[in-house]
Design a protein around this ligand. Structure first.
Ligand code: TMP
Length: 210
């Protein structure tokens, strides 16, 4: 089973993914936590290029292709073998991030993005996707606070540096795709505190995995 988490910067995915793992492990299920970009050794290198705030000149198409390269490596090296071994895979960001960041926010051709996604994903699709939704003003405030107190890496702030308008497009893009796939997406109000968000997520996980 593949479960993904999505959301803007500062939506709390990193905290919630840990709670999800605790839930599954307590129930006796083996689960693996991973992320995009950077779920493999090669992916880590791609991640450092993608998120380096010094890379102002990155071409949007080059950006899209780097995310696709990271995903191809991740799926083939890590996700598929882990699923085949019978584990639950929980992934912090997946193909929906490309649809909203490179598609809705950067404005790249949505057909091209979907073609690239289906090329690298083949018939793989998340069983459930949690969208941690909150206003970008609040998410960015949280993200910058974490950068300032050192709990978030300041060498990975290329997207945090984008204008508020960019993050609004990301949020609206997420809400639009969640409406298109209401069975796969669970939209959670992430402006609430972490404990409340955790309770809402676990309620849905209970239905999915006993
Ligand atoms: P994060 O690991 O801290 O969430 O940072 C990853 C950043 O990469 C985040 O700003 C969203 C962005 N991103 C894309 O633009 N497209 C993608 O396909 C993925 C997976 C992430």
């Amino acid at each position: 089973m593949l479960i993904t988490l999505e959301g803007i910067e500062g939506s709390g995915k990193t905290t919630q993914i840990q709670y999800m793992a605790e839930y599954f492990r307590a129930k006796g299920h083996d689960c693996a936590l991973t992320k995009e970009p950077g779920g493999t050794g090669i992916g880590e290198k791609i991640r450092s290029i993608l998120l380096n705030p010094g890379n102002h000149a990155m071409d949007p198409l080059a950006e899209l292709l780097l995310y696709a390269a990271d995903r191809a490596q991740h799926i083939n090296e890590m996700i598929i073998p882990t699923l085949k071994a019978g584990k639950i895979v929980i992934c912090d960001r997946f193909h929906d991030s490309t649809i909203v960041y490179q598609g809705f926010a950067r404005g790249l051709d949505m057909r091209l993005i979907r073609q690239l996604n289906s090329l690298v994903m083949d018939d793989l699709s998340p069983d459930m996707t949690f969208l941690l939704d909150l206003p970008p003003e609040l998410g960015l405030k949280r993200a910058w606070k974490q950068i300032q107190n050192g709990s978030r890496d300041e060498s990975e702030t290329r997207f945090e540096n984008e204008k508020l308008q960019f993050h609004e497009k990301v949020r609206n893009g997420y809400l639009a795709i969640a409406r298109q796939e209401p069975v796969r997406f669970v939209v959670v109000d992430a402006s609430k505190d972490a404990e409340q968000v955790r309770a809402e997520i676990l309620e849905r996980l209970t239905v999915l995995v006993k």
